[in-house]
Design a protein around this ligand. Structure first.
Ligand code: GAR
Length: 212
């Protein structure tokens, strides 16, 4: 089995999209082995429970220092022996030791077409507020590998979504999730599980599907 650990902070609709694609057979050989949340109240944990997946909370509030939290998070990930770590709305800075331990094995979903509307302060609804404030006509979502920079790792998949007149950040967020995030995140996991994604000089290459 290709073991996936999913890190979450909130509602968990991206986690749900992965659960649904595993269930409907779109991701053969893939299993979600653990969901880790930094927030005990995250609805994502309920989604994990409903799907029979182990959920654990590692909250910074429970640790005296950031270093101790980082260590606990690394431990919670390692215990799951993941082949891939998926940040699905995980709004915590990833500890450098985790990135060093899992090079090119951590992916993140971001709700814009990187390099637009990413980096410091660009997460969740803020991303859509900024896109609307700039007046772009097309936005979208990006799945990328996580490196030590912010939203700067190699891009795996992107999908554009139209911005429409009268959009609010909430309406745009929903459209980007439905038309892009929930599609490309499971797809990227499938491509990686099939061994089709390679990284060379910061650029990813996706090999064609093997025949037979
Ligand atoms: C998603 O829109 C995801 O792209 C975004 O948080 C939301 C989580 O929703 N992530 C970021 O902004 C990361 N920079 P979910 O909990 O329903 O999946």
């Amino acid at each position: 089995m290709f073991r996936v650990a999913v890190l979450v902070s909130g509602g968990g609709t991206n986690l749900q999209a992965i659960i649904d694609r595993v269930k409907d057979g779109s991701l053969p050989g893939v299993g979600i082995v653990r969901v880790i949340s930094n927030n005990a109240g995250a609805y994502a944990l309920t989604r994990a429970k409903n799907a029979g997946i182990e959920g654990v909370t590692v909250s910074p509030k429970e640790y005296e220092t950031r270093e101790l939290f980082n260590k606990a998070l690394l431990r919670a990930v390692k215990e799951a022996s993941p082949d891939l770590i998926v940040l699905a709305g995980f709004l915590v800075t990833i500890p450098p030791e985790l990135i060093r331990e899992y090079p090119d094995r951590i992916i993140n979903i971001h709700p814009s077409l990187i390099p637009s509307f990413c980096g410091k302060g660009c997460y969740g609804l803020h991303v859509h507020e900024k896109a609307l404030a700039r007046g772009v006509k097309v936005t979208g979502a990006t799945v990328h590998f996580v490196n030590e920079g912010l939203d700067s790792g190699p891009i795996i998949l992107q999908k554009p979504v139209a911005v429409e007149d009268g959009d609010t950040p909430e309406i745009l967020q929903k459209r980007v999730m439905e038309q892009a995030e929930w599609i490309i995140l499971p797809r990227a996991i499938g491509l990686i599980a099939e061994g089709r994604v390679s990284v060379e000089n910061g650029i990813t290459h996706i090999a064609p599907k093997k025949q037979g």
